[in-house]
Design a protein around this ligand. Sequence first.
Ligand code: SAM
Length: 304
Amino acid sequence: THFGFETVSETEKASKVYKVFENVAQKYDVMNDAMSLGIHRLWKDALLHVMHPQPGARLLDVAGGTGKASIPAEHADKSRQNPDNIWLRLPPPPLGDIAFRFLEYVRSQQERQQRRAVLLGQTPSWQDVSDRYPDGGGAPESAVVVCDINKEMLKVGRQRADSRGVTTGLSWVVGDAEELPFNDDQFDLYTIAFGIRNVTHIDQALKEALRVLKPGGRFLCLEFSKVTNPVLERLYDVYSFQVIPVLGEVIAGDWKSYQYLVESIRKFPDQEEFKGLMEDSGFFCVQYFNLTGGVVALHSGFKL
Ligand code: SAM
């Protein structure tokens, strides 16, 4: 198998990937912004927009890394001062990774429905669950499980979440995408953002995703892909091979890890190939959307 452009054994790849993310954990979030010029936030916004999660949904974010708990502290504090006042509550902050974006998105959906219901004198649809949950327990809260193979990445995420008081609905689990530590049919949604190219057996990770999703559940994957425009492709090549490793050295003191990240992107299957892999693994209605001219692709598929 490949570790960047080096040919290594499968066990070597897994331990080298582990080492890369152990090295970059502390600087990962800063580097992410620097390397993508902040555009990764727009790609993640696009994922949430396509996902459009509803209150009560359970999400598994695999290879979730640090979870990027970059919700500004002052926002969290102000929101806590008005926990019940749905009119004064601040709008969702513009920062945060998949897990945090998901929780904010669901919360804003709930609040919108609540405001609408107050104006119309009705019960919000997400509260009116007696038909779906007849035991009287009510709808389960939305929840996210962030799962990553790397303890260091999770540690950074958990510390930041704790320091900003973001704990409700969020849990952190060390686990391998190829052998997830969850029972079958557990989640409504599965996301993997910039993680699947690091996995040694992509087909095995896809099979595991299918196993833990509930029937009807949705898989969404963000990953670097094949640039479709030749001019953009040329610029992207120069940026990837000549700028990113330099940024890695200057900001994180780690040229090699960032060189690996760039090279691993080139080895990953393109849009159509990855779509085929998803279909072969058993996903239905597989489609993809190119973002930023194919620099990144968002793949989506459902479990029947
Ligand atoms: N999802 C985050 C984001 O979008 O910023 C982090 C992506 S980071 C580039 C890739 C992550 O994949 C790392 O945290 C790494 O530890 C994790 N990873 C690599 N191999 C994995 C595996 N087999 N199972 C689970 N996570 C894995």
